[in-house]
Design a protein around this ligand. Structure first.
Ligand code: UVW
Length: 330
C-alpha cells in the first residue's frame, strides 16, 4: 500500500511538473521549429518587406520614439535614463590642456533600463511557470555580462527584423479623442477602429495601438503628479485581444503606454498576464512607450493608416529588451 502511494505521488508530481512546461492556448510553440528563437518575427519575409516598401509614396518620415532622457515615463520601480558628459567644451574653457593636438572632443555616457524608453520587449522578457517561449527553460536567463544575460531568446535574434508593414490602429481617435483612465481596449474596439479606418491587418504586420497615455504623461508638468500618473491605472489592451493577435498572425504589437496591457488587469490574479500570452505563448513582440502623435495626425489627414516601418532593435547580445527609434515612412 505504501509503495502504491509513493508511485501515485511520483506520478502526480511528474504530471504537475510537465504541466508547468506547457504553452497556453493559443500558442506558436514548435510552429517554426523546436529550436526557434525568433517567434512571430518569422511572419515577416522578403516578400512582405518589398510590399511594405512599396507603400512609400511621399517620402514623409515619422520618428515614433520619445526622447531618451530623465523626463520620460518609466514603469514604477525603474530609473529613467541618465545621460552624463565625461568630456565637454566647458572642460577646455576651465583650462584643461588639450592632449590631442588641434582636435577637441566631447564624450558622453548613458545609463538606462533597456525597458526605460521607447522599446521592444524580447521574448526573454516575461514568462510564467518554468518556461519561456518554445519551452526555453527559465535557467537560460542568466546574469550579464559574465554569464551572457538571456542566453536564449535575446533581443539580438531580431537585430535584422521588425521591418515591414506598420498599421496604426487609432483607438483614441475612434473613441472621440479621450479614454477614461485605465480603459481596457477590447478586440471589438480594435476591429471597429480598423473598420472605421478602412484598414485591414495582414500577416507579418507590426500594429500600433494609440491610447494617448504617453502624451497625457507629457502634458503633466509637476514631477510628483507625473509619478502619481504612472502609478495609477493604465489604459491598454485587454485579454480578449490575444486571440485577435493570434488570428491576424502579426509580428509585433506596440502602444503609446508603459506596458501595452491594461493595468490593473480586471482579474487581480492575472496581473501582466497578457505579457505571458504574447511573449511566452505566441512569441509576439511587445512594444511600449512609443510616440504616435505626428503619425496619427498625418493618417487622419490622408486617410491612410498603413506605412513602411523600420523598427529594428539595437544589437545587444543577451538583452531582454532594447530601446529603439522606430521610423514610419509614408
Ligand atoms: C514590465 O516589465 C512589468 O513591463 P514592461 O514590459 O513594460 O517592461
Amino acid at each position: 500500500m505504501k509503495q502504491i502511494c509513493i508511485f501515485v505521488l511520483i506520478g502526480l508530481l511528474t504530471i504537475m511538473a510537465g504541466a508547468r512546461e506547457k504553452p497556453g492556448d493559443p500558442n506558436n510553440w514548435g510552429k517554426w521549429g523546436k529550436q526557434d528563437e525568433r517567434g512571430a518575427a518569422n511572419y515577416i519575409d522578403a516578400k512582405s518587406i518589398k510590399k511594405a516598401a512599396a507603400l512609400i509614396d511621399r517620402g514623409k518620415v515619422f520618428s515614433l520614439a520619445i526622447p531618451i532622457d530623465n523626463t520620460g515615463p518609466v514603469y514604477p520601480g525603474r530609473v529613467p535614463p541618465q545621460h552624463f558628459m565625461v568630456a565637454t567644451g566647458a572642460d577646455y574653457v576651465a583650462g584643461q590642456p588639450n592632449t590631442l593636438g588641434k582636435m577637441k572632443f566631447a564624450d558622453d555616457y548613458i545609463y538606462m533600463p533597456l525597458q526605460g524608453s521607447t522599446q521592444w520587449d524580447a521574448l526573454s522578457h516575461a514568462w510564467y511557470d518554468n518556461s519561456l517561449y518554445n519551452k526555453v527553460d527559465q535557467a537560460a536567463i542568466k546574469s550579464a555580462p559574465a554569464a551572457g544575460g538571456a542566453t536564449k531568446l535575446g533581443i539580438e535574434n531580431i537585430k535584422n527584423s521588425m521591418v515591414g508593414r506598420g498599421v496604426l490602429i487609432d483607438v483614441l481617435a475612434f473613441k472621440g479623442g479621450a479614454l477614461p483612465p485605465g480603459y481596457m481596449i477590447t478586440r471589438a474596439d480594435i476591429e471597429k477602429t480598423l473598420k472605421s479606418q478602412r484598414t485591414r491587418v495582414k500577416e507579418g504586420d507590426i500594429v500600433l495601438i494609440r491610447t494617448g497615455f504617453v502624451p497625457d504623461y507629457f502634458k503633466i508638468t509637476d514631477p510628483a503628479a507625473r509619478i502619481a500618473f504612472v502609478s495609477g491605472p493604465h489604459t491598454g489592451i485587454g485579454p480578449d485581444v490575444v486571440d485577435w493577435v493570434d488570428k491576424m498572425e502579426i509580428a509585433g504589437i506596440a502602444a503609446d503606454n508603459l506596458a501595452l496591457e491594461v493595468l490593473p488587469n480586471p482579474d487581480p490574479e492575472k496581473s501582466l498576464s497578457i505579457h505571458g500570452s504574447l511573449l511566452r505563448d505566441l512569441g509576439v513582440y511587445i512594444g511600449e512607450i512609443w510616440w504616435f502623435e505626428e503619425l496619427a495626425a498625418d493618417c487622419a489627414e490622408d486617410g491612410r493608416y498603413e506605412f513602411f516601418l523600420a523598427a529594428q532593435p539595437l544589437n545587444i547580445p543577451g538583452a531582454v529588451g532594447s530601446p529603439l527609434n522606430p521610423i514610419a515612412i509614408k
